[in-house]
Write a protein that binds this ligand. Structure first.
Ligand code: IMP
Ligand code: MG
Length: 173
């Protein structure tokens, strides 16, 4: 297994997270947010961005997965649902990466059925080329090429999540 050099450095990440938080703070001015982290991948991005969003908020977590090794299985499993009732709330979903889009569109539909006042999506990374289903992204940190990336919360078989930067992952064969 080989971890390449950083695709996104700690400095680039910090700068972009600050910019996103500023935009979100402006857009939700005067409102109250329910920020939802999609775990496990979004844990690091979530904890960084919520510190910088200047709007009163509640937080909640949803644990979901579709990935087997480096391929989306297409079948989404929700391991742990929200604790909060989201009806009439302004919900911001925070995700690590959108790849095929299957995970997020499943979660989005599931949450929209609960009638939130609004539902927006903030993703740290967008691997646009791989999209199989359209899902509206309101805030995107970075677009990344079609390569498997790890770090800053993202894993390969649950490893490398603690790397503070994003690197390309290659399996040595
Ligand atoms: P999707 O359903 O194909 O959009 O996949 C989304 C989920 O797969 C993300 O939330 C990630 O947890 C995981 N994922 C997709 N691409 C990568 C990657 O390059 N590295 C690590 N995890 C990934
Ligand atoms: Mg994820």
């Amino acid at each position: 297994m080989v971890i390449g050099k950083p695709l996104l450095t700690v400095e680039q990440i910090q700068k972009r997270v600050k910019e996103l938080a500023q935009k979100i703070s402006e857009d939700y001015e005067g409102k109250e947010l329910l920020s939802v982290a999609i775990l496990r991948g979004a844990f690091m991005f979530f904890s960084d961005i919520v510190k910088l969003i200047q709007v009163p908020m509640d937080i909640d977590f949803l644990i979901a997965s579709s990935y087997i090794k480096t391929e989306s299985s297409g079948e989404i499993r929700v391991y742990a649902d929200l604790r909060e009732d989201i009806k009439d709330k302004d919900v911001l979903l925070i995700e690590d990466i959108v790849d095929t889009g299957l995970t997020l569109s499943y979660i989005r539909d599931m949450l929209l059925a609960r009638n939130p006042a609004s539902l927006k999506i903030c993703t740290f990374l967008d691997k646009k080329e791989r999209r199989k289903t359209d899902v509206p992204l309101d805030y995107v940190g970075f677009e990344v090429p079609d390569e498997y990336v790890v770090g800053y919360g993202l894993d390969y078989e649950n490893k490398f999540r603690n790397l503070p930067y994003i690197a390309v992952f290659k399996k040595s064969t």
